[in-house]
Design a protein around this ligand. Structure first.
Ligand SMILES: [Zn+2]
Length: 416
């Protein structure tokens, strides 16, 4: 892989101070490591050096170094979307209208809509159809600069269907260009075929999780801990089994009520607890103590008119705060992570530098990647985007409308 010098950068946001310290709380503006009028030098898909212009003569005069003109563009690390539901079939546009007409998410579910509507359509779809749909979403994420994506199953909701969906996700992860981490969200809703949450959880522990681990179908498991779905108590055997099998844990936590999900996430040392509109102070303290990343999902608030999570409250409780899209067919059909991140900043009172860290290094931490990805620090993967803005200020003000001009993955321009 050739070496290259990216020069004439309008602004380079490296996040190298945070990457070097591996610090994810108490963020400050200078943690962005922003350099105006900068250059970036990469070799073998890794960042080797960067600095303020002009670049060293040795690089400018090197015949083996490819010279690339950034044309005064803004260079940001590739983004991480650490919470998505990209494998599904069918569409639920009728529900959006119902919500406009005043029907709540819970009422829609009671009328046979919601998650179960997607489960029915997805169970009927072939592997090929599911694969094609998933790849289409991955491509959209990448077009918005998302170079790492966490992808959950959860619309199979039986051991056999979940396994089928996870195998398709694994195939999609190989075929797509960005990095994908897979999560088995077997506890997304209680399927009608099972008499209770506990009988379904037992089936999952007995017939699903061992195969997930044996065939390396997922990196994590996830559960929707919420009133009407699964209680923290229901999830105990599931998290125990997952931990024994070496799978990490993520949690849909306290979105509609305080369901003590944050406390459960801390007890099980989850990598991430997501949503958190109604998290308790005790839950937050426990998460901070155990280093559980707090992930906010502003898209579902925008799409379903539920309250926005206060990112400020989470950050002030010394939790590392990530921002993700929660892309899914019902409550947030938006792949535009930059737009959602800016929205999270505005409504959740996060500072601009917390927004940038929240879609790069912090979610990378929750996926175990923060030491090699999502900063442009020395020896980090050369995954970055060149944006048609001369400064980060302009990027924020654009509110995610403009996709990046170029997306680079491990030192190679996407689509080239
Ligand atoms: Zn979700």
């Amino acid at each position: 892989m050739p070496s290259f010098l990216l020069k004439n950068i309008g602004e380079l946001v490296s996040l190298s101070p945070l990457a070097e310290e591996q610090r994810f709380i108490h963020l400050r503006e200078d943690d962005l490591g922003s350099i105006k009028d900068a250059w970036l030098y990469c070799e073998d898909g890794k960042v080797v050096d960067f600095g303020q212009s002009p670049p060293p003569e040795s690089l400018l005069n090197s015949s083996s170094t490819h010279q690339i003109d950034a044309k005064q563009g803004l260079v940001l690390p590739g983004f991480v979307d650490s919470h998505t539901h990209p494998i599904f079939f069918g569409n639920r546009s009728n529900e959006f209208k119902m919500r406009l007409d005043g029907v709540s998410y819970q009422e829609i579910a009671e009328r046979g809509g919601g998650i179960m509507a997607t489960v029915r359509a997805s169970r009927e779809a072939s592997d090929e159809q599911l694969l094609a749909e998933t790849l289409k979403h991955f491509k959209q994420f990448l077009a918005h600069g998302v170079t790492t994506v966490e992808a959950k199953s959860g619309y199979g909701l039986s051991p056999d269907e979940e396994i089928r969906h996870l195998r398709v996700l694994k195939k999609a992860a190989v075929q797509t260009d960005q990095e994908v981490k897979i999560t088995c969200l077997a506890l997304h809703a209680i399927p009608k075929e099972y008499a209770s949450a506990s009988t379904y959880v037992s089936a999952v522990c007995e017939h699903l999780l061992p195969i997930v681990a044996q065939d390396s179908l997922a990196d994590y498991v996830d559960a929707f801990i919420e009133s009407g779905y699964f209680s923290a108590e229901d999830c105990k055997p599931y998290f125990k089994k997952a931990s024994e099998l070496g799978l990490g844990i993520r949690v849909h936590a306290d979105e509609f009520t305080d369901a003590s999900a944050a406390e459960a996430a801390a007890d099980w040392k989850a990598a991430s607890a997501d949503h958190l509109q109604f998290v308790s102070e005790t839950g937050l303290k426990a998460m901070s103590k155990k280093g559980v990343v707090a992930c906010i999902l502003p898209g579902t608030s925008l799409y379903t008119a539920i309250p926005f999570t206060s990112g400020r409250r989470l950050a002030d409780a010394d939790c590392a705060v990530a921002i993700a899209s929660d892309f899914n067919p019902g409550s947030c059909n938006l792949e535009n992570l930059p737009m959602l991140a800016i929205l999270a900043g505005l409504h959740g009172k996060l500072k601009s530098w917390e927004v940038i860290a929240g879609i790069t290094l912090v979610p990378a931490l929750s996926l175990g990647l923060s030491k090699q990805k999502r900063a442009l620090a020395k020896s980090y993967d050369a995954d970055f985007c060149i944006h048609d803005f001369t400064s980060l200020d302009e990027w924020f003000a654009d509110f995610g409308r403009k996709k990046p001009r170029e997306v680079w993955l491990r030192g190679v321009k996407w689509g080239s």
